[in-house]
Design a protein. Structure first.
Length: 256
């Protein structure tokens, strides 16, 4: 497009362009989750265009590329099967209204998703993380950093002998948005209990947000991780009990 050709996506009154229209020129396979996330973030966003831009200068495309790259970085932290999870895909029993309430309440630091195996808790956590990413990418091209670990995986990464243990510890403590999957899935040592207490204490006291999934009842969590840890996590928390049958199904033809 030459500088004086009219861009069909341009708002001639404001001299702006919707950068989501530039995503169609970026090659991705059908159903690519990064593209879907970027499109949600960019739709309705406007980029100012100079009255007489230089040839080849397309700030709307630059924004689209930056947001798509940020969406890819975000999704790289999410387990593959959950990268397409979205707020719009939440079922009634997954309490989407309560999820929206928590997302829109900055003082609500912890979202606890509890329920039996297979009812969709991890999928819900991914939908919340993706919603946070979309919201941040609507006003930024970098987005909000998200950390994601299973509790057992985090503790394994924090072992003193693990490579980059201190880097992982600082990230888990300070990442703006953290997902901890499967609390109480492990049998913690005294060291693990102490680490979890320190993590909960730091994050809640600094107002950082986290989503935690568990299939354990609260008394079991207290006896496993200690009442001090769980009391901190419950401060300013929203607990959602997820019900329903398991969504996991075996492959047909696999012998029992």
């Amino acid at each position: 497009m030459t500088p004086h050709e009219r861009d069909p996506a341009m708002n001639t009154t404001l001299n702006t362009v919707d950068p989501s229209t530039r995503l169609s020129g970026l090659e991705r396979p059908p159903g690519d989750p990064g593209m879907a996330l970027a499109r949600l973030a960019l739709t309705g966003r406007l980029v100012r265009i100079e009255d007489d831009p230089m040839p080849g200068d397309d700030p709307a495309r630059a924004v689209a590329e930056a947001v798509l790259l940020a969406a890819d970085r975000h999704l790289a932290r999410i387990p593959g099967r959950y990268r397409g999870a979205s707020r719009s895909g939440l079922k009634t029993e997954q309490r989407p209204g309560l999820i929206d309430e928590w997302l829109s309440t900055p003082d609500a630091t912890t979202l606890m998703l509890a329920g039996d195996h297979g009812v969709g808790k991890t999928w819900m956590a991914a939908a919340v993380a993706n919603a946070v990413a979309v919201a941040s990418l609507r006003t930024s091209t970098r987005g909000i950093p998200v950390g994601w670990w299973s509790v057992a995986g985090l503790l394994d990464d924090l072992r003193p002998s693990a490579p980059r243990a201190e880097v992982t510890w600082e990230l888990a403590k300070n990442v703006p948005f953290l997902v901890l999957d499967d609390l109480a899935y492990t049998r913690p040592t005294e060291w693990a209990v102490e680490r979890m207490w320190m993590l909960a204490d730091h994050r809640v006291n600094t107002g950082l947000r986290q989503v935690i999934t568990t299939n354990a009842k609260w008394p079991v969590l207290e006896s496993t991780w200690g009442p001090g840890t769980m009391d901190r996590l419950r401060d300013g928390a929203l607990d959602i009990i997820v019900t329903g049958p398991s969504r996991r199904t075996p492959l047909r033809g696999v012998p029992a």
